[in-house]
Structure formats: structure tokens, C-alpha cells
Design a protein around this ligand. Structure first.
Ligand SMILES: [Zn+2]
Length: 283
């Protein structure tokens, strides 16, 4: 009887258990319909004993320099820290008896995180909430309208075209908080801001990579005949608006290291633009 139970049956869960050897657990991320190697994973571990367990991943380097993200309740997360990292595919954790822990590739951002944030702006006079459309799995895809829908200018903000790119949602939260500060109020004389925070809501909640889905992912769906309801609805909305002043689509293009550790604007200029155009792995 194993002392550790592994599961991924919660919002954002993603893991394949390869072997449970008591004090060493063999795992890998589920790529699902992603047609190339990718790195997102998230699992829950219930330990009956107080002991140190090593978690070993079998498909590439999926543990960053800050270690995995860790949570006691699946809601509040922090980095476990570099001391937990044995190798980029291996970390350790010392459990207390009967302890439950959630571990994730990065700090996650699920719909329950969005709802907690939304509760803080729900009563703001400039905020209106609508449903963009229903997803393929019939989840309502939230849409926020900031300011006057009749304004002369429109901005369009989107996130999670790639489901696993969670930290971009925290950047979007920060931007919305700043936009709703009284000091920004003059902006809304002329501008209405449309926000779609969870484009691939099914992928986010199901714990998909979402990147490079076959036959193509949500970010590559801005084509004549879109295959996803969300991108189809966004195209229709922007077409109906006639023109938008600007749009920002929030991503986390890759894992750790270099420019990936700080916010940046993709393809803004050299050398990033050239590197991305060359490798064709943008966004
Ligand atoms: Zn992306």
C-alpha cells in the first residue's frame, strides 16, 4: 500500500503517474492534444506518513529554478524554492503525516482565481460583466466591459489563448486594477475596454497545455473559418466594433530564463522579433 496518493481531479490538474515506489514517485506531464513537447503539469499528493518524497519527471526539464509552485488548499500558491530542486526534472518535499499538498509547474490561475478577483471589482461603477459565448464544453466565457460601451474608442484585452500560460493572468489583473483606479478615470471619457480573461476556458479548467493543439490552437484560429467558439465570437465582436484602437493578448511564451523571467512585448523590436520570426514559436 503506497503511502502517497497522486491525483489531478481538480481545476487545472494535469499528471500521468508512471510509478509509485513509496518514497519516489515517477511522473510526466500529459501533453494531450498538444502536437509538440510542452511542460505544464499540476497534481495533488496526499501523504499518510511524515516522510521526504522525491518526485521524478520523465519527459524533459519541467522544474524551474524556484522549484515547483506549492499549495495546501489548491487556492493560495507560493514557490517551494530552489532548495527543493534536485535537478530540472526532480524535486523533493517533506510531508507531515496526513498532509495534502498541491504542486504545479508554475503559479496557476483558474476560474476560481478570476472569480475571487472579480468579486473585488464587481461593484465598481465602470465594470459590467457579460458572457462572450459558451465554450465547446458549454462553460460561459466571461467578458468584462470597462467604461461606456458607446465610447468612441475601443481597446481589446485577451488572455489564455494558450491555456497553461497562467502568470499572464496576474499581469492582466494588475492592469485592470490600475485602469480602475480613480487616477485613470479620464481615460473612460473616450475609451471602452473589452476584456476576455479566459479565451480557452475549457483548456484552463481541464489543465490542458493548450499550446500547439492539433490541428491548431486558439491563438492560431483567427482565420476565415475559425474552429473555436471563443475566437469566432471575438472576430465577430471586433468586426462589429468597426475598428479598435489597440488590442493586447497576454501570453507566457515559454518557461524560465532570460526574457521569460520578466514581462516583455513580443515582436516589439530586435533581437526578440527576429528570434521569434526565425523560430516561429511566437506567443
Ligand atoms: Zn501563448
Amino acid at each position: 500500500m503506497a503511502n502517497i496518493r497522486i491525483s489531478s481531479r481538480y481545476a487545472g490538474g494535469n499528471i500521468r503517474l508512471l510509478d509509485n515506489m513509496g518514497n519516489e514517485i515517477q511522473l510526466e506531464q500529459e501533453l494531450r492534444d498538444t502536437a509538440q513537447w510542452w511542460f505544464y503539469w499540476s497534481f495533488r499528493a496526499d501523504s499518510s506518513l511524515a516522510e521526504t518524497i522525491e518526485f521524478v519527471f520523465h519527459n524533459g526539464e519541467v522544474i524551474g529554478p524556484w522549484g515547483p509552485a506549492v499549495s495546501r488548499d489548491g487556492i493560495s500558491w507560493r514557490w517551494l524554492g530552489s532548495v527543493a530542486v534536485i535537478a530540472p526534472n526532480r524535486f523533493r518535499y517533506t510531508f507531515a503525516a496526513d498532509e495534502t499538498c498541491y504542486f504545479c509547474f508554475s503559479i496557476p490561475y483558474q476560474m476560481h482565481h478570476f472569480e475571487s478577483f472579480y468579486a473585488t471589482i464587481d461593484n465598481h461603477p465602470l465594470v459590467k460583466r457579460e458572457v462572450l459565448t459558451l465554450s465547446e464544453q458549454l462553460r460561459p466565457i466571461p467578458k468584462l466591459l470597462l467604461g461606456n460601451p458607446q465610447a468612441s474608442e475601443h481597446l481589446y484585452l485577451t488572455a489564455r489563448h494558450h491555456a497553461c500560460e497562467s502568470t499572464s493572468s496576474y499581469v492582466l489583473e494588475g492592469l485592470l486594477e490600475a485602469l480602475l483606479e480613480p487616477s485613470s478615470s479620464l481615460l473612460f471619457n473616450d475609451y471602452c475596454i473589452h476584456v476576455i480573461p479566459m479565451v480557452d476556458i475549457d483548456g484552463v479548467e481541464n489543465g490542458d497545455q493548450g499550446k500547439a493543439r492539433a490541428p491548431h490552437d486558439h491563438n492560431r484560429d483567427y482565420i476565415e473559418s475559425p474552429i473555436y467558439r471563443a475566437s469566432d465570437a471575438i472576430i465577430r465582436e471586433i468586426t462589429a466594433l468597426g475598428a479598435i484602437k489597440a488590442g493586447i493578448d497576454f501570453h507566457c511564451p515559454y518557461k524560465w530564463g532570460g526574457r521569460n523571467d520578466v514581462p516583455f512585448i513580443v515582436k516589439k523590436g530586435p533581437p526578440v522579433k527576429q528570434e521569434i520570426l526565425k523560430s516561429l514559436i511566437s506567443g
